[in-house]
Design a protein around this ligand. Structure first.
Ligand SMILES: Cc1cc2nc3c(=O)[nH]c(=O)nc-3n(C[C@H](O)[C@H](O)[C@H](O)COP(=O)(O)O)c2cc1C
Length: 167
């Protein structure tokens, strides 16, 4: 049995309700906790060789740093969203990061994330001091992995410069 969910796991699927229509399988990305189709080819990768015979642009060649290999040399900088609920990432974060990840950077860096509640730059900043912060971070990390990408996180503590008002 496949270790990951497929679209056939969803009984409400319209195609499976009509026996005369054969469902064309679209397998889920392996090792991901929810169904998201395997991308063939993943965004952020380039045809090698290029159709005009030129070599692959260096931007789209893999980058290896110690044990980590990224599919290309494009990285998303950390971008504070001021949209967390008591440190928890919200659907805003999934939309923000997910939209960029679906375009194919080799590495996406989660915004500055406070290691303690009093270290947040604003009350709506991302946090990682509760176990319940893990689940929404895992959800977006799984999505990046499903696209062959890597995720990083910027850990932070604002010290004396923290505020009580989001910009
Ligand atoms: C809305 C916004 C939020 C940002 N949040 C962070 C952050 O959390 N951590 C950080 O190191 N830089 C942050 N930055 C800086 C950016 O990551 C980036 O370094 C800066 O926009 C310069 O980008 P560039 O080097 O591509 O010109 C933020 C910038 C913006 C505009």
């Amino acid at each position: 049995m496949s270790p990951h969910k497929s679209e056939d796991d969803f009984p409400g699927d319209v195609a499976s309700e009509k026996p005369q229509q054969k469902s064309i399988p679209s397998p889920g990305a392996p090792g991901i906790s929810y169904y998201t189709p395997v991308q063939n080819y993943p965004s952020g990768t380039a045809a090698d060789p290029q159709p005009d015979g030129r070599p692959l642009p260096k931007l789209f060649t893999p980058l290896k740093i110690r044990g980590l290999t990224m599919q290309n040399r494009i990285m998303l900088s950390p971008l504070c969203q001021y949209s967390a609920e008591n440190g928890h990432h919200t659907l805003w974060h999934f939309a923000h990061l997910g939209g960029i990840i679906s375009r194919g950077p080799g590495l996406a860096m989660v915004e500055s994330t406070a290691v303690l509640p009093e270290g947040r730059v604003t009350p709506q900043c991302s946090g990682i001091w509760l176990d319940s912060h893990i689940e929404p971070l895992k959800r977006i990390t799984d999505f990046a992995h499903s696209q062959g990408q890597k995720m990083g996180i910027q850990l932070g503590h604002g010290g004396r410069k923290v505020s009580i008002v989001a910009p």
